[in-house]
Design a binder for this molecule. Structure first.
Ligand SMILES: NC(=O)c1ccc[n+]([C@@H]2O[C@H](COP(=O)([O-])OP(=O)(O)OC[C@H]3O[C@@H](n4cnc5c(N)ncnc54)[C@H](O)[C@@H]3O)[C@@H](O)[C@H]2O)c1
Length: 344
């Protein structure tokens, strides 16, 4: 990222729920000005809980919102309006956006938005917040090191957060660590009760196996019948990283130097634990601040629209796999790219 509009940018926020509040809070902390806010409900969460946002100018209609001059537009509504609002914002002449994940509700819609942004040179950041947390770079730094060897797999187990809502963050993280997905196999579970963001949304959990180029793989197990926080493991040839809780220091276990060259079939070789220096947790306001700064910067994006398209590709592949009962190869057939999912 290079400095584009580092300070005091004019920011508009549409969607004033929990995430709209975080974006507003982070933007104000960074010294930016909230020049327009809009939400369809009378007393949205962000205005009820954050006096700074309650004091910012609020407009009643989307048309009024677009008429306010803004340096950056944050779209923190529910999934089905992310892309339509992005397209309308581009049409109205805006050129910098922070869009919440999931970028879209179908892969075709995500691709359309990416083309529209590219056609006019709009800078679109998709808030896959872990992209702004350097701690995850450690996974790649260790990949291929003498101590750990090649990264072979990533595993996430977690409760009922929905594969479209929470799972998509991890599809992006695994894409970042493991490379280009080749195929996806999934089975789904059934959500218990109504989706917390409204009964118009259906976001099943399930079990997903992603195969990446070079034989790497990821396993994501997020059943609706489980209510536990996320836990991850990244498994290398000669060691593993255990992330019991993302906000607490990770455990790094690896073979001692003397047993490094033993064959993998000697899997019983004991591992030693080493400390992880410079652990900085990926707290959500810190990550969101990174996304705002990315949207307001120039040069290559950290989490640009292509990142949102790629995570949607994994999501649509898993749904296609569950529908067809077979592994889904990526790229998907056009009919799979066109299906819309009621996710947010
Ligand atoms: N990046 C992250 O870490 C992260 C974390 C939480 C949520 N999110 C994403 O942010 C989005 C919002 O989530 P949330 O937790 O704030 O949900 P929420 O339900 O708390 O808030 C959404 C707000 O958007 C408003 N809204 C919905 N449709 C609208 C429309 N057409 N026009 C104007 N306002 C509209 C709603 O009235 C509500 O106030 C979701 O897509 C979610 O996946 C991202």
């Amino acid at each position: 990222m290079s400095n584009g509009m580092a300070s005091c940018a004019r920011i508009g926020i549409v969607g004033l729920g929990r995430m709209g509040e975080r974006i507003g809070r982070a933007a104000i902390q960074l010294g930016h000005e909230i020049v327009a806010t809009h939400d369809v409900v009378a007393e949205p969460f962000a205005l009820a809980t954050n006096p700074d946002l309650a004091a910012a100018p609020r407009v009643q209609t989307l048309d009024e919102f677009w008429r306010v001059p803004m340096d950056m537009v944050a779209i923190a509504t529910h999934g089905p309006t992310h892309c339509p609002y992005l397209l309308e914002g581009i049409e109205r002449g805006n050129r910098r956006f922070l869009v919440e994940k999931p970028l879209a509700t179908s892969l075709a819609e995500a691709r359309l938005a990416a083309s529209a942004a590219s056609a006019v040179g709009a800078r679109v950041v998709v808030n896959h917040g872990r992209r702004y947390c350097g701690i995850y770079d450690a996974l790649t730094t260790m990949d291929g090191s003498d101590e750990m060897g090649s990264l072979r797999s990533g595993i996430l187990t977690m409760g009922a957060g929905g594969l479209g809502c929470m799972g998509i963050h991890f599809f992006d993280l695994f894409n970042r660590a493991l490379g280009r997905p080749r195929s996806v196999y999934a089975t789904l579970t059934s959500p218990r009760g109504v989706n917390p963001r409204g009964d118009e949304f259906t976001d099943p959990g399930g079990t997903v196996v992603i195969s990446y180029e070079g034989g790497r793989r990821a396993l994501i197990d997020m059943g609706d019948d489980v209510g536990v926080p996320g836990r991850m493991e990244f498994v290398y040839e000669r060691g593993r990283v255990v992330i019991e809780s993302e906000l607490e220091p990770w455990r790094i276990l690896r073979r001692p130097a003397a047993s490094r060259e033993l064959p993998t079939s000697r899997y019983g070789t004991p591992l030693e634990e080493v400390s992880m220096p410079d652990f900085r947790p990926c707290e959500i306001i810190y990550a969101t601040s990174g996304a705002i700064t990315d949207a307001l910067s120039d040069g290559p994006t950290v989490s640009g629209i292509e990142v949102g398209v790629e995570s949607m590709e994994v999501y649509c592949a898993l749904r296609w796999s569950a529908l067809t009962g077979a592994p889904a190869s990526v790229p998907l057939p056009a009919e799979a790219e066109d299906i819309r999912y009621a996710i947010t």
